[in-house]
Write a protein that binds this ligand. Sequence first.
Ligand SMILES: [Zn+2]
Length: 344
Amino acid sequence: MRATLMYGAGDVRVETVPDARLIEPTDALLTITHSCICGSDLWPYRKMAPSNTGRRMGHEFIGVVEAVGVNVRTIKRGDLVVAPFVWSDGTCVFCQERLQTSCLHGGAWGGPDVDGGQGEAVRAPRADGTLVALPVGRDDALMPSLLTLSDVMGTGHHAARAAKVGPGRIVAVVGDGAVGLCGVIAARRLGAEQIIMLGRHADRIALAREFGATDIVSERGDEAIERVREITGGLGAHSVLECVGYAESMRTALSIARSGGAVGRVGVPQDEAIPAARETFFKNITISGGPAPTRAYIEELLPDVMEGRILPGRVFDRIIDLDAVPDGYRAMNDREAIKVMIAL
Ligand SMILES: [Zn+2]
């Protein structure tokens, strides 16, 4: 079968690899129908050290179940399923707390002996705990929005939850990538009164407005902080969604939170330290967040997608086939595309 490998910064190849197959009795074998490139795939695309063996890529996908192991109970052959961006057993102490990203027996797609999602097929470990069957056919028009339940929509929702978004709250979103845009959807869905998007790209701003952003701040750094303070009567936002991961964006997020407010961070931190320790201490600001347990959120968000109340699939502004994946990485890295979907 064919799959995507990264061999170093800027070096993405689609190659022939060993066919995916069942190994454990808890596995399912999937043929992938839809996949995509993640903003987090761009971190290694920018700085991965050269590798002779390459790394299998992709952790957001929908597929058809071709076969299941003898111990698989709920997932069956022929199901169309969405996979969260990590796999998990669904039964351990953390899974029972709906924190599947900390599963004691889980792991990452593309890890040792595990296929990545940017390919023709995968072995899905812990199929019952990991996969969620979708009530649609593979050609359904909702497929792009259903695909976002793998990661970006659940991650935007997680940022909003961590930032304690709710009715009457003033929300600010730092980051105009797919996750930030889904954060806007999540904030509106949870009843935010005002949603301030920090972003500068015209296409992303237009989409943010459609998703429910009420104010746009296109300045950067201290000017952006000043502008948010102006918009919020000098006080700052109750809830801030940090959807980037750089020290600068984290500093902005922390600086625009009002006293007693909360910052939900879902951008993978590119630095060890969290900035503004003293300032946030004296303002009693909650700093929360982490990798989103999207497995837990699929059930919560699925009805809103199925009934068209949210349309997160609009973040996909380019659809490609598997051969074009290297150029898809380039397009996202150059900010030519917000998010690239791979149709197989
Ligand atoms: Zn678990």
